[in-house]
Write a protein that binds this ligand. Structure first.
Ligand code: SF4
Ligand code: SF4
Length: 384
């Protein structure tokens, strides 16, 4: 009862305060611009063309590469482009202008600055083995409150992958600032093992917080309800299939398959449809039973981050001289990853979310979050 009660309070808190926060920020809706059908005749000047199609001067300047205001009076025929070519150019520029106009350029740098600070704190705590059950719970709570409830659903690590795919597929353009954000996120993955997912992502930290509601007092085993680890071969296959479907649908129908079900919308609840509520609440409830279901089963950034995680400079490592083969770390690990690390006969290591459970649970102090490659366990150290 306590678990369900706390889950309900958590979701109600997120929904109510997100509604307040969205209205305070005056959020603009993130949309992809509709294609414009243009009208033109060969005798039209650029100025007339802009007027009849309601196009702004800066947009005309970019489409026709105008170098002086006088060129507004030149005939559009003089620029050597067909109406189809002009239409494609206008729609691309319009798509980028709409992307730019729908962003909150005050909030985005603020969010990145806070992400940076927050991740540094978590990184130091993890290095110093100071992430305990209590600090973990508080940090996850702070994660989804600061980066989700207060600072909103956008930007998010997932958005940088998913929105980039959908925008490119539907309009053929790449929004530069989004690529910069994606690069920053990937850099955190390369520096410190998926750190943006671990401690920064508003949805990741919310799912992790909920998962911990159903753990024992030491945060090492399930709580009052059952918990299960999804075999990586299953979770990753679903995640890969989901990404393939997302790309395919985006290129064929210019549609975003996450439009209805995007769980980041829990931080802008007024935009959630009935189907969305069913899916999102279902995912959050499932987080009690299995670790970060959206991250493991669907998230496009989760998949991308997992690939780049192979290059991580800092990661979870085991000192096999100290290790007493008790498996306490793999039992405490919320996902199958620690088991795979201990038994390196499995070539594919699943996602590690740097939660520190393995470090905290090891009775021999053999697990660390440290720089460098992982060593393979000595042969016969762990029996299946
Ligand atoms: S994998 Fe999870 S934590 Fe990472 S971006 Fe996706 S939702 Fe966020
Ligand atoms: S191996 Fe498991 S317990 Fe250890 S940090 Fe990674 S996800 Fe957490």
């Amino acid at each position: 009862m306590k678990t369900w009660g706390t889950l309900l309070i958590t979701i109600a808190f997120v929904v109510i305060f997100s509604i307040i926060s969205v209205s305070m920020w005056g959020e603009k809706e993130e949309i992809i611009a509709d294609d414009i059908q243009l009208r033109a005749t060969a005798e039209m000047t650029v100025a007339e063309f802009g007027q009849i199609n309601s196009l702004s001067k800066p947009l005309l300047k970019e489409v026709f590469n105008l170098e002086s205001p006088d060129q507004m009076q030149e005939l559009i025929a003089a620029f050597g482009m067909s109406l189809e070519q002009i239409t494609i150019k206008v729609n691309k520029k319009n798509a980028l202008a709409t992307e730019d106009a729908t962003k909150n350029w005050l909030k985005i740098p603020l969010k990145f600055a806070l992400w940076f600070l927050f991740m540094i704190v978590c990184f130091v705590l993890l290095l110093k083995k100071m992430i305990t059950k209590k600090t973990r719970f508080v940090l996850y709570g702070m994660g989804f409150i600061i980066f989700g409830v207060v600072l909103g659903a956008d930007p998010s690590p997932m958005g940088t992958v998913k929105d980039a795919i959908v925008l490119y597929a539907s309009k053929g353009v790449i929004f530069g600032p989004r690529m910069m954000a994606f690069s920053i996120f990937i850099l955190t993955v390369i520096l410190a093992n998926k750190f943006i997912c671990s401690w920064g992502c508003q949805l990741g930290t919310l799912q992790d917080f909920i998962f911990r509601l159903n753990r024992n007092n030491k945060d090492t085993e399930r709580g009052s309800l059952p918990q299960f680890k999804i075999p990586f071969v299953i979770s990753n296959s679903i995640r890969v299939l989901f990404l393939i479907t997302l790309v395919w649908v985006a290129f064929v129908w210019a549609y975003d398959i996450t439009h209805e079900i995007d769980p980041f919308k829990i931080f802008k609840p007024m935009k959630i449809s009935v189907i969305g509520w069913i899916f999102i609440l279902g995912s959050l409830v499932l987080s009690l039973y299995t670790y970060r279901p959206w991250c493991q089963l669907f998230c496009p950034f989760g998949l991308t981050g997992w690939l780049f995680e192979k290059l991580s400079l800092y990661r979870i490592k085991v000192d096999y001289d100290k290790c007493i083969s008790c498996h306490a770390c793999s039992k405490a690990c919320p996902s199958p990853v620690m088991e795979a690390i201990l038994k390196r006969n499995k070539i594919v290591i699943p996602d590690c979310f740097s939660c520190g459970n393995c470090i905290e649970s090891c009775p021999a102090d053999a697990v660390t979050f440290a720089f460098g490659k992982r060593e393979k366990p000595p042969v016969g150290k762990f029996k299946d």
